[in-house]
Design a protein around this ligand. Structure first.
Ligand SMILES: [Zn+2]
Ligand SMILES: [Zn+2]
Length: 356
């Protein structure tokens, strides 16, 4: 009888529990997936280090690329692009499985579903049907938005699709970049680098990236930034004929990043906030500045299914234009998860992956 293995997260200060269970018998509306690769996201680290709380025991890891093993007897075998699914297909799926009926599902925010099921964030139940990426298998529940992957896409490029890439695709909807825009990206981690690349392909006038780390600034240039500078060194007067940036995407999650974006965007500019996903100190904000500058601030957390499709389409089209694969610095087997977590905390590793 084949087994499925998992690393259980028991809390920020507790050791990981490596365990195995029988592969669960599928309910009619479930799909069994073998986890091929899972990249460790910044928000996994926030949970592991206790910067935000989550239920325990749980199987963390939500940037997953998997291979379909088996279908429940009545589950749909069509992905959200309308393509048929078969055992052996490589897929990614939306981080939140949603109900489709609640207030938020009906109001264009399915990622905030009141009955949402979030992969890599759920408490493990009696059934031991692992539902995160730090496990050999993952059972997909009803409401999961699946996209079959093009064969050309490497596992390393595909793994971040279901978190970082799709979230930046969502932020692009609100950034609404035009052909002559000057675009500011704050931060050059996984989110910021993806934002540089996606913004670049929208064909704006310039893409400037603010990043304190020299190595990451060099990376930003390889990901389509036309300018990469340390915080505090860019001047609004140098962009858009002296008016400042048309749009900024804040990916650093820092208060200083937000404050700098507010300084650098022009009157009437847009700021999309996407990086701050754990509680921080309140930002010292002069609200009058937002009013007088007619700024639009938009927070973006997770994404809709059309954003996931846009992310997959982007990677299929542009994976060759940018070194996305190189961002996954190391791959560890599940048994060496703790080494992987340590490596993921090193700022020079944009992503570290687990291959269960
Ligand atoms: Zn994530
Ligand atoms: Zn819902």
């Amino acid at each position: 009888m084949p087994k499925s293995n998992a690393a259980l997260f028991l809390g920020p200060n507790a050791p990981w529990q490596f365990t195995s269970a029988d592969i669960p018998t599928l309910a009619p509306d479930e799909i069994l997936v073998k986890v091929l690769l899972c990249t460790i996201c910044g928000s996994d680290l926030h949970t592991i280090l206790g910067r935000r709380s989550g239920p325990v025991p749980s199987v963390l890891g939500h940037e997953i690329v998997g291979e379909i093993v088996d279908f429940g007897s009545s589950v749909s075998r069509i992905d959200i692009r309308g393509e048929s699914l078969r055992a052996g297909d490589r897929i990614v799926w939306g981080i939140v499985a949603n109900c489709g009926r609640c207030f938020f599902c009906q109001n264009d925010l399915p990622q905030k579903c009141e009955r949402g099921f979030k992969y890599g964030h759920q408490q493990v139940g009696e059934r031991k049907n692992w539902q995160g990426g730090f496990a050999s298998h993952c059972v997909l529940v009803p409401g999961t938005k699946i996209v079959r992957l093009p064969a050309s896409l490497s596992l390393k490029s595909a793994a971040p699709l279901s978190c970082a890439t799709a979230t930046i695709a969502a932020s692009m909807r609100f950034a609404d970049i035009y052909g002559n825009d000057d675009v500011l990206i704050v931060g050059a981690g996984m989110l910021g680098l993806t934002a540089c690349a996606m913004a670049n392909k929208q064909g704006p006038w310039s893409v400037a990236c603010i990043e304190k780390d020299e190595y990451r600034r060099q990376l930003a240039k390889r990901f389509g930034a036309t300018v990469a500078a340390q915080p505090g060194l860019l001047r609004a007067i140098d962009f858009k004929n002296g008016y400042g940036f048309d749009v900024a995407i804040e990916c650093s999650g820092t208060n200083s990043g937000l404050l700098e974006a507010i300084e650098l965007v022009r009157i009437g500019g847009r700021i999309v906030l996407v990086g701050a996903v754990f509680p921080s100190e309140p930002a010292p904000l002069v609200v009058e500045k937002i009013v007088r500058k007619h700024l639009t601030l938009h927070g973006v957390h997770n994404y809709r299914s059309d954003d996931l499709i846009a992310a997959v389409d982007f990677m299929e089209r542009h994976d060759n234009s940018f070194p996305f694969e190189d961002l996954v610095a190391h791959v560890y087997p599940l048994e060496q998860l703790t080494d992987g977590i340590t490596a993921a905390q090193d700022g020079s590793n944009i992503r570290v992956a687990i291959a269960p």
